[in-house]
Design a protein around this ligand. Structure first.
Ligand code: PEP
Ligand code: MG
Length: 760
């Protein structure tokens, strides 16, 4: 193979090139022009006919963003998957590749639109930033050129400069940044990972090492840089020593040993030696040399599967960051941090974790990491939730995003909607106090003074709520709002995904019954990935079972998932917003079809199936005789029922206090419902907010309700009320008030409770 061996003094040319690059970034040209000029400069400097920049796009593919030498029409058209072609291979391995006979290379991927037929040799280097591949720079030559090591290094340095320009904001090219529309990037999302330490934390996303921007790459005098490095390494070592003597760390016990090992790395001559060599041979500044060695460590790390070795390399990565902080004078500078934040990093060392303010730090999410990672051990000691192996965390989350880290269930909710956030906050705020409140009455029976058993259940929407059911000593899940897990995702979950989730809910309920409500979206509950038509009156619009019946495939998929999740166990399912008995029958027919389908393919069916409806639409009250013949149970959704009964939007704050749930008319209505269902032998429950207050719950029992469902936190208070209540007496008292003209019976009920010793 003959080829043109080019000059080996590529380096001196590169210094000039780097200066030119920097100058042109200061100019007024557009980002796309800057990219084009960049590839022209590199091609000229490297004696190459072609220079192209490919950028990494979400979904792990590379897109041609600028080229000198290939056909301009190919820009933003040519795409390669990570691993595909030589360019894709460079991105996949995060390593440079020099090939003198590219078309014959087993990895070569021909793209006719680029017009690359004449080019024989190729050199590609990754554009790396914090261990992430942002893109690839590739040069090509017509000849079978052998690229020298110095040339590879020179192109790597250029790639480093580009990466820094991008992260420093000088090249904020839409071309390099994630494309997706702004709207797309505002949507809620949920990422899966691996729990490294259990717990739940809410806070704003903060990227680790966001302060590191290297602006000087080429050394004016390499020997000066070596001296700077030596001084800084000594400084770093003493700051590690100092950290180890801090009282909080000394108290960490065995975790302290982890940090001791870490100090040994800082003493490691080999590591510092490599950095020194990069300064002397490459003519780089100390910080550029540290980053070069760090990039090498990272690409080694990506290929090592041995967890022990990976850990050692992660420690080195941590040290390199620490050294960069010192070199850039960021050591003691406290970056402004939000009051509550979640730290995001590719990897994180134990010492780096300890650098943050523990009061504000609410959790950690890593792209890598294992349960035995040092950082996980330290997080355990600090009782800090930590999620590892969370792929794409650095590209799908933006600085400042609101995050709910649910490490216990291997997930993080990104930019959750306010209602989801509200549910989650309940689990976090004053964790200790709340937990005490929840468990207060766990072991006592929910039985009234005169021996009536009142079933108390919980309303849940996410897996994290389930432990609370057990802690509260509740009888089961009275309402599982299936739309909540749909609301925190980016796309509609398929049958397998749904079945998987419902199975977890059943498993974690440990034999206690769970009532699944089918999807109740529309109205105020919007799915981020579902574009709905704006409606004049969404609460009374196309929502819940109305969507389910108009789009039966959707409802059938959910029912199929529920059947599969409950194989050999009990399935309790109810439909929301039913307005007619006929609607209930239509929904039940879909369930029957799914059961037949499952039987026909040899699936295992649930051992018992109970089908019910939510009573939220007043029209259903006059159909109770027919409805009670069809349903196994009914659950009153008082939130919706009251908004329709009083004709008041439940979300309108101006109307919030206008009508009271303890209005005599409402209680009379509820009494009618209880009487009808008791007569028909249909189980009845109430799962709206009304059940959650002891006074309201007392009135409900007085109206004939024997089962209530509420947030777990309220169970103990309601249980206390039940245990101090005489059911026969309160029933008589309430019955005597139903035809009164009061705006609300609240005052009279409070008085009754006080007089009779009912704990409200
Ligand atoms: C209700 O309407 O009372 C109810 C429990 O359902 P949601 O609050 O989810 O609409
Ligand atoms: Mg409702």
């Amino acid at each position: 193979m003959s080829g043109k061996d080019v000059k080996t003094s590529a380096w001196s040319g590169s210094r000039r090139l780097l200066k030119l690059l920097r100058d042109q970034m200061k100019g007024k040209s557009t980002d796309q022009d800057r990219l084009r000029q960049t590839v022209q400069l590199i091609a000229r400097d490297m004696d190459a006919e072609v220079c192209s920049i490919y950028v990494m796009r979400p979904g792990d593919f590379l897109e041609l963003a600028a080229t000198e030498g290939l056909k301009p029409e190919a820009v933003y058209k040519t795409r390669l998957h990570k691993g595909e072609g030589i360019v894709g291979q460079v991105a996949a391995l995060a390593l440079p590749m020099a090939v003198s006979d590219a078309p014959r290379h087993p990895n070569f991927a021909y793209r006719p639109e680029t017009g690359e037929e004449p080019y024989q040799s190729m050199l590609g280097v990754p554009i790396l930033r914090s261990g992430r591949v942002l893109g690839v720079i590739a040069v090509q030559n017509v000849t079978h050129r052998h690229y020298h090591e110095e040339e590879v290094e020179a192109l790597e340095t250029i790639a480093m400069v580009l990466a820094e320009l991008i992260s420093g904001g000088a090249l904020t090219v839409s071309a390099i940044e994630t494309q997706g529309s702004l709207e797309e990037r505002e949507k809620p999302d949920r990422l899966k990972g691996l729990c490294l330490n259990e717990g739940l934390g809410i806070g704003q996303a903060v990227f680790h090492n966001r302060g590191i921007v290297i602006s000087r790459i080429i050394a004016d005098d390499p020997e000066d840089e070596v001296r700077r490095l030596e001084v800084t390494v000594a400084e770093m070592r003493s700051s590690i020593d100092e950290m180890l003597t801090r009282t909080e760390i000394a108290a960490l016990g065995e975790q302290r040993e982890v940090l001791e090992t870490y100090r040994m790395f800082a003493e490691d001559r080999g590591w510092v030696g490599k950095i020194t060599e990069a300064i002397r041979v490459g003519g780089m500044t100390a910080e550029a040399a540290v980053q070069k060695i760090q990039n090498e460590t990272r690409s080694r790390m990506s290929k090592i599967s041995d967890p022990y070795l990976r850990e050692r390399l992660a420690d080195l990565d941590d040290l390199a960051n620490r050294l960069l902080h010192h070199l850039l004078g960021l050591g003691d500078e406290k970056l402004e941090l939000p009051d509550e934040f979640i730290l995001l990093a590719r990897t994180l060392g134990p010492a780096e974790l300890l650098d943050y303010d523990w009061d504000r730090l609410k959790g950690v999410i890593l792209e890598e990491g294992s349960p035995t990672a040092h950082v996980a051990l330290v997080a355990q000691a600090l009782e800090l939730p930590i999620l590892g192996r969370c792929r794409d965390v650095l590209s799908r989350i933006r600085e400042g995003d609101t995050l709910v880290l649910d490490a216990t269930n291997d997930q993080v909710f990104v930019r959750p909607k306010e209602d989801v956030l509200k549910t989650l906050r309940l689990n976090v705020k004053d964790k200790k106090v709340r937990w005490e409140e929840i468990t207060a009455a766990r072991d006592v029976a929910s039985v009234s003074l005169d021996g009536h058993r009142i079933s108390l259940n919980v309303n849940v929407g996410l897996l994290i709520d389930l432990p609370h059911m057990h802690a509260a000593g509740a009888d089961g899940v009275g309402l599982y709002r299936t739309e909540v897990p749909f609301m925190v995702r980016q796309s509609f979950p398929g049958v397998a995904d749904q079945a998987d989730l419902y199975r977890k809910v059943i498993d974690r309920s440990e034999g206690k019954p769970v009532v699944f409500r089918t999807l109740d979206v529309g109205g105020d509950k919007v799915l981020p990935y579902w574009s709905t038509v704006a409606e004049e009156n969404p609460a009374m619009g196309w929502r819940a079972i109305r969507i389910g019946l108009d789009r039966p495939a959707l409802l059938r998929q959910q029912l199929r998932a529920l059947i599969r999740a409950c194989q050999g166990r009990e399935l309790n399912v109810m439909f929301p917003m039913v307005a007619e008995t006929a609607e209930f029958l239509a929904a039940k027919a879909l369930l029957d079809r799914e059961l037949e389908r499952e039987t026909s393919i040899g699936g295992v069916l649930p051992k018992k199936i109970r089908v019910g409806a939510m009573l939220e639409v007043p029209a259903l009250i006059w159909q109770l005789p027919s409805l009670c013949r069809e349903v196994d149970f009914l659950s009153v959704g008082s939130n919706d029922l009251l908004q329709f009964v009083f004709a008041t939007d439940r979300g309108n704050t101006r109307l919030a206090r206008r009508y009271d749930a303890l209005n005599p008319g409402v209680l009379k209505l509820l009494r009618t419902i209880a009487d009808s269902t008791t007569a028909a032998g249909v189980d009845l429950s109430l799962c709206g907010d009304m059940a959650a207050q002891p006074l309201e719950a007392m009135a409900l029992i007085g109206c004939g309700f024997r089962s209530l469902s509420m947030p777990a936190l309220q169970v103990s208070a309601v249980k206390k009320m039940v245990r101090s209540l005489d059911v026969a007496q309160v029933t008589e008292f309430v019955s005597g008030l139903l035809d009164e003209a009061d705006h609300s019976l609240r005052g009279r009920l409070e008085e009754y409770a006080k007089k009779s010793g009912v704990v409200i």
